[in-house]
Design a protein. Structure first.
Length: 350
């Protein structure tokens, strides 16, 4: 039975990926700081939770590990800009460190889930294949590119390294993110009947369902090494290359209430399309489109098992954690709020 070390396992993609790996018979070592809570991963006989910081990975974390899926990251542009040093340290340095340790430990495969945001924005007529020049415009995108450059040269005949440039992800996951385009539009439409959309709606964005991108990561553990080693693959599909205007109409139509699209902002000319032929040639295909994600999110909102909270907006949650750390640091005494350690009995016994 093969063991997979998943870093960032408590995140949006991780909490979907881990149960899929378990269902396919893998043993999983799920490593995370668990900023969003470890309870999002249900206990399982083949699941081991490791609470650790990816910047402090050590050889023992790789003991008995066959494959690594290195999801860990500060995972979006606004958080990357606010926490730049941490973003470079986690998204770039810790992942290169992870790949090096994995190689030294005899791990067979290392998968780096990167991002299509590396392509930045491109002229109208360009469709980016993997060999297209990158144009990383943010700290988050630059850190991902540096990670790619750090891990790919480690590939050799015994250590298979694969980079997956994922489109923007959508759909329900236990660690829910409403700061992702389709998820956020779905929430807005369902909650208020108004779907905010940036002008002029002709911008192209590639998307991929969370279970599809997780499936692509598992696919890379099983594909013949010779056809993937040392290579980059875009993850998404033509059917999920959306223009935002028509996408908003489709989301509005899939939400069970009257929804009006509300335009805002000046015309946004940032637009990019991505080619997915390379991964499809290997035999991996996205199974879902936007409406599948909208339907499952709406079903969870309707039955009350999902709601918007600070935790579902990555940047807000990290800011909340920092705010509370400061407050608690100021009021706590001897590591507690109300309970005081009994100094008298200690002094008496000493
Ligand atoms: N969600 C998307 O649309 C998308 C698109 C393209 C690429 N990606 C990439 O996929 C990966 C996962 O994204 P996600 O949406 O699941 O993000 P997420 O923010 O939901 O998950 C990241 C996880 O990493 C953990 N983490 C952060 N810093 C850590 C540290 N120093 N040590 C240990 N754990 C730490 C967090 O607790 C969290 O559980 C990221 O690398 C992201 O850049 C995501």
């Amino acid at each position: 039975m093969e063991r997979v070390l998943v870093t960032g396992a408590g995140g949006y993609i991780g909490t979907t990926l881990v149960p899929m790996l378990l269902a396919q018979g893998y043993q999983v070592r799920a490593l995370d700081r668990f900023f969003f809570g470890a309870e999002l991963l249900a206990p399982h006989a083949r699941l081991e939770l490791v609470k650790a910081d990816s910047r402090r990975l050590e050889a023992h974390h790789f003991k008995g590990v066959d494959h690594v899926i290195d999801l860990v990251a500060i995972s979006n542009d606004p958080s990357g800009e606010l926490f730049q040093d941490a973003t470079y340290a986690i998204n770039h340095e810790s992942r290169v460190h992870c790949a090096r340790l994995a190689k030294m430990a005899g791990v067979k495969r290392y998968v780096l889930p990167s991002s299509c945001s590396l392509y930045g924005f491109q002229p109208e007529d360009v469709i980016c294949a993997e060999d297209h020049a990158t144009n990383p415009l943010t700290t988050y995108a630059r850190a991902n590119e540096m990670a790619e450059h750090g891990v790919l040269p480690l590939a050799d005949e015994r250590f298979c390294v694969v980079v997956l440039r994922q489109a923007t992800v959508y759909g329900y996951s236990p660690r829910m993110r409403f700061d992702l385009a389709i998820n956020g539009m779905t929430l807005g439409a369902w909650q208020t009947g108004t779907l905010p959309l940036m002008r002029d709606g002709t911008q192209w964005r590639p998307m991929v369902h969370v279970r599809d991108t997780a499936a692509a990561q598992i696919f890379m553990l099983e594909a013949p090494a010779a056809s993937i080693n040392g290579q980059i693959f875009n993850v998404g599909s033509d059917a999920n290359n959306y223009q935002l205007g028509p996408l908003a109409e489709r989301i509005a139509a899939a939400v069970p209430r009257d929804v009006a699209v509300e335009w805002y902002g000046a015309a946004d000319h940032r637009s990019y399309r991505v080619a997915f032929a390379k991964i499809e040639k290997l035999g991996w295909h996205a199974q879902r489109v936007a409406e599948d994600g909208v339907a499952e999110i709406v079903a969870k909102l309707v039955d009350g098992s999902l709601e918007k909270s600070t935790k579902t907006i990555t940047l807000d949650w990290y800011q909340e954690l920092i705010k509370w750390q400061r407050i608690i640091h100021e009021v706590e005494l001897d590591g507690t709020i109300f309970d005081l350690p009994d100094h008298r009995s200690k002094a008496a016994s000493g």
